[in-house]
Design a protein around this ligand. Structure first.
Ligand code: SF4
Ligand code: SF4
Ligand code: FES
Length: 243
């Protein structure tokens, strides 16, 4: 079979080169094909991978425009392989994930609770089980169209992670976490759903963002764009929490 790989020498120039490879193997994963090309045909091909079993999240790329894990994707004749979107390309299929990972810190997407004496109850574990399965593959980040207009958008996986913690009954800093995601966060999401079908873990960031919006509303926050539209004539500022 023949596949094409969009290759870049360094940055994501507009003119990355599309290279065709003939592979005399059938029923293989994309990662097996990349390894085959690198070891048998072209050692200069660059890509990332780790576990080879859908656990580490390091092999995500785009296949025919859709985000996939290379180790889990079964290759087809004619497939076009490209690096993830919305991230700087270092070389070929390797992207720089540093900025993407920083959004977890910006969103305060961690537990602020000393859970030493507060064990996770089985019923609570069920509430957060799915969000806890995120492998930080970046597929949702790559698929999100908001980054085309706002590179500071906190984004799908970090917001999903925030929902994981604010919906944890043991969490003590819910107010701070909800405040943090009001700017460049939940209200910037268009609820387009692009992040949902690409997640290899079955997580639905859009739904978690909708839940965060609901919780924000209960806590007195409001979509600042909607609030600005209502806030003519010097009325109350609906963008701020009111308790
Ligand atoms: S639903 Fe929101 S977070 Fe998900 S891809 Fe669309 S805009 Fe991005
Ligand atoms: S939410 Fe899903 S698609 Fe997004 S980084 Fe986590 S595992 Fe990957
Ligand atoms: S190599 Fe780890 S998820 Fe694919």
């Amino acid at each position: 079979m023949k596949i094409k790989i969009k290759r870049y020498s360094s940055e994501r120039e507009a003119n990355g080169q599309t290279v065709a490879y003939e592979i005399a193997l059938e029923n293989i994963s994309l990662l097996e094909a990349l390894n085959h090309i690198k070891t048998k045909e072209d050692p200069s091909l660059s890509f990332t991978a780790g576990c080879r079993s859908g656990v580490c999240g390091s092999c995500a790329v785009r296949v025919n425009g859709k985000e996939e894990l290379a180790c889990a994707y079964k290759l087809s004749d004619g497939d076009l392989i490209e690096p993830l979107n919305n991230l700087p390309v270092l070389r070929d299929l390797v992207v720089d994930v540093q900025k993407m990972l920083e959004f977890n810190a910006i969103a305060k997407a961690w537990s602020s609770t000393n859970s030493e004496n507060m064990p996770l109850l089985p019923e609570q574990a069920e509430v957060n089980e799915l969000q806890s399965d995120c492998i930080l593959c970046g597929a949702c980040y790559s698929a999100c169209p908001v980054y085309a207009v706002n590179e500071d958008f906190i984004g799908p996986f970090a917001l999903t992670r925030v929902w994981r913690y604010v919906s944890d009954s043991r969490e003590q800093d819910v107010q701070e976490k909800i405040e943090t995601i009001q700017s460049n966060g939940i209200w910037d999401c268009t609820l387009c759903n692009e992040c949902v079908p690409v997640c290899p873990q079955g997580i639905a960031p859009k739904q978690d963002i909708a839940m965060l919006r609901g919780k924000s509303g209960v806590m007195g926050f409001m979509d600042p764009n909607f609030a600005a539209g209502m806030n003519f004539g010097g009325g109350p500022d609906f963008g701020q929490p009111s308790f």
